[in-house]
Design a protein around this ligand. Structure first.
Ligand code: HEC
Length: 215
C-alpha cells in the first residue's frame, strides 16, 4: 500500500513538472487556457486593435484609439462652452459681462454651502477668511483674499477663477459642473459677502462679442 502511494506521488509530481515545462509553442509561449479571458473579443477602450489576440493584424489600425475623439467643432449634449479665454482680458471680460444664469435661492445657497465644505474650506476657511486647515498647518501660504462685505469682486470674475484657477488656486472645472460653480458663488456672496438674496441677481449672461448665451 505504502509503495503504491509513493509511486502515485512520484507520478503526480512528474506530470506536474512535465506540464509546467512542456507544450511550448514555436515562439516560446505556453498555450493559454481560455484565451478569451485574457484577450476579450469585445471592443475595449484602450486596446491597440492593430494587435489582436497577440497577433499582428491590420497595420492601418496600429496605435489608433478605440475611443474616438469628438468631431472637431462639436460639443457633447448638455455641455455649454465657456466663451471667455484663460487670460487677463478674459478674466476682465467675464467680470464685466458674465452673470449667474441661475437665480439666487435658498436652495442654491444651501447647495453651495455643502460644496464649499467639500472643495474650498481647507484653504478659504469656514468663515471665508483665508485661514483654512491647510493654512493653519502651514502647508499652504495665507490666502491673499478674504470673503468680506467690503470685497468688491464681480461674480463673473469669481466664476472665471473657479473655472481656470488663479495664482495658487487651481482650476476646479473638472470637479464641479457649471451649476455647482454658480452655487458656490451664491453661497460666498450671500454667506460671506452679505449680498441680499434677491431673485433678480440671477440674469442671463451674455458674452462680450459673440452674444452667446452661457447657461
Ligand atoms: C488650494 C487652496 C485653494 C482651494 C482648495 C480653493 N481656493 Fe480659492 N483661492 C485660493 C487662492 C490662493 C486664491 C487667491 C488667488 C490670487 O488672487 O492669486 C483664491 C481665490 C479665490 C477667489 C477670488 C477670485 C478672484 O477672482 O480674485 C474665489 C472666488 C475663490 N478662490 C473661490 C474658491 C472656491 C469656490 C473654491 C472651492 C471650489 C476654492 N476657491 C478653492 C486658494 C484655494
Amino acid at each position: 500500500m505504502k509503495n503504491y502511494l509513493n509511486n502515485s506521488i512520484k507520478i503526480i509530481g512528474m506530470v506536474a513538472i512535465i506540464s509546467l515545462f512542456s507544450c511550448k509553442e514555436e515562439n516560446g509561449l505556453a498555450p493559454e487556457y481560455m484565451p478569451d479571458m485574457y484577450r476579450s473579443p469585445s471592443i475595449e477602450t484602450y486596446v491597440d486593435y492593430g494587435e489582436l489576440r497577440g497577433k499582428q493584424g491590420d497595420d492601418s489600425l496600429r496605435n489608433t484609439l478605440t475611443a474616438r475623439k469628438p468631431v472637431e467643432g462639436t460639443i457633447h449634449r448638455g455641455f455649454t462652452p465657456y466663451p471667455y479665454e484663460n487670460s487677463i482680458e478674459g478674466y476682465n471680460q467675464a467680470g464685466e459681462f458674465l452673470k449667474s444664469p441661475f437665480d439666487y435661492t435658498e436652495q442654491s445657497v444651501a447647495k453651495g454651502k455643502e460644496l464649499y465644505g467639500m472643495f474650498c474650506v481647507h484653504c478659504h476657511g469656514g468663515a471665508g477668511q483665508g485661514d483654512g486647515s491647510l493654512v493653519e498647518r502651514e502647508v499652504f501660504p495665507p490666502l491673499p483674499i478674504k470673503f468680506t462685505e467690503s470685497l468688491e469682486l464681480p461674480e463673473g470674475k469669481m466664476f472665471h477663477t473657479i473655472t481656470f484657477g488663479k495664482g495658487l488656486m487651481g482650476s476646479h472645472a473638472s470637479q464641479l459642473t457649471q451649476e455647482e460653480r454658480w452655487q458656490l458663488i451664491h453661497y460666498i456672496r450671500v454667506g460671506f459677502m452679505k449680498k441680499p438674496l434677491t431673485a433678480d441677481m440671477g440674469q442671463t449672461a451674455v458674452s462680450a462679442d459673440t452674444n452667446a448665451v452661457v447657461q
